[in-house]
Design a protein around this ligand. Structure first.
Ligand code: FES
Length: 59
């Protein structure tokens, strides 16, 4: 599923970046070798980061 239509980043790309240590949307873009364009995807990226941190707290 595409998270960022401007840069063609998928949920898999974003999740991989988060697993590699990206803890902010800017770091996700950087890890993916990209830059934000319109910014509409920032909220979705933040939500994925929150999901990861909640899962980390549950383990
Ligand atoms: S949807 Fe990600 S920058 Fe536009």
């Amino acid at each position: 599923m595409y998270i960022c239509s401007c840069r063609a980043l998928t949920d898999k790309d974003v999740n991989n970046a988060i697993r590699e240590g990206a803890s902010r949307p800017s770091a996700v873009y950087k890890t993916c070798g990209s830059k934000p364009e319109c910014g509409r995807c920032v909220k979705a990226i933040v939500n994925l980061i929150k999901e990861h941190s909640q899962k980390a707290c549950q383990t």
